[in-house]
Design a protein around this ligand. Sequence first.
Ligand code: NAD
Ligand code: TDX
Length: 340
Amino acid sequence: MIKKKILVTGGAGFIGGNFVQYMVKKYPQYDIYNLDLLTYAGDLTKHHEIENLGNYFFIKADIADSVTINSLFEKEKFDYIVHFAAESHVDRSITDPEIFVKTNVLGTQVLLNAAKQIGIHKFVHVSTDEVYGELDFDPTTFFTEETPLQPNSPYSASKASSDLIVRAYYETYGLPINITRCSNNYGPYHFPEKLIPLTISRVLNDQKVPVYGNGKNIRDWLHVIDHCAAIDLVLHEGTIGEVYNVGGHNERTNLEVVKTIIETLGKSEDLIEFVEDRLGHDKRYAIDPTRMEKLGWKPTYTFETGIAQTIEWYLNNKEWWEQIISGAYQSYFERQYTLK
Ligand code: NAD
Ligand code: TDX
């Protein structure tokens, strides 16, 4: 039997890493290739458990390097591509937008072009709800797949641009694609620059937690495993050319999220420090997942069960996040925040 080859880009990062492990374990009949540049956000130690299973392979490469990507695709005839690789942190996009355009826009176009040359079964582009811009605080309004793209940050603008290039490869060349737009993820291996792991790691070290503005901005949280299951379903069952919004109706203000973590860890709310707001800070995100639900997807975690599992994971895997926050991350943190 010839095994199907699935290329996962960004599989050393948070969501891509969880997806690689999910696919390697669930589908021994597929060969899973993880292509990643190993930027500050990429780490392979998380894959020790799957390295020797026989259906996992790692390729170090830059998705924006067309020479390397084209020669790789000539050698390996991938059947499917699931594209996660990106610069993903909004704050970093505000201080240094250029790399976001290079990786997220040019990198996506390079992959699409290589995929077009070899002819693939499907290219799944993993995008974000942030491409829709922001919602106001009316709780009856949601992002649907028809909501116009109105990105506000350099990060979300680069993701929206990549979505449009993916669409153009479908409309112009008939490349078989899907685009997924998920809400905020959380769970194991979330890089500690993002709100939830930042809060957990700092509260565990009795350090102040920086909350931007008044803490009333709302995000719609989804456990990373539920996102992985949604992408798996779209990969196998998604209608070619379609966009799918992914979310589980778990809206929380940032302050609620931070307080939940502090309370679960039995610490004091005195650790909260309100700091200067993020520039162009989107007020609210909230997903209408009806199209995904019609495809047969539903999340397995509520926010309560998911955050409890995540906090437990960070308690049991201190060595993973401690080696990150003790390294080059330190100087990023000092540049980004002026906290005690
Ligand atoms: P992450 O920052 O944790 O991981 C990104 C990975 O991409 C890293 O392993 C990094 O080394 C790799 N990478 C970066 N530049 C590269 C390049 N030029 N070539 C090859 N590899 C490169 O990101 P994440 O949070 O796991 O997000 C993954 C994807 O999901 C992104 O496309 C993001 O836009 C999207 N997304 C994220 C969320 C979220 O809440 N984190 C929600 C919705 C969608
Ligand atoms: O120190 C902080 N203090 C704070 O109040 C940080 C890092 C964040 N925040 C706020 C900003 C946001 O309202 O918390 C909220 C969540 O912030 P992030 O964790 O940076 O996520 P967000 O900006 O919402 O973007 C995330 O979700 C969508 C991912 O990083 C993106 O890659 C994804 O597309």
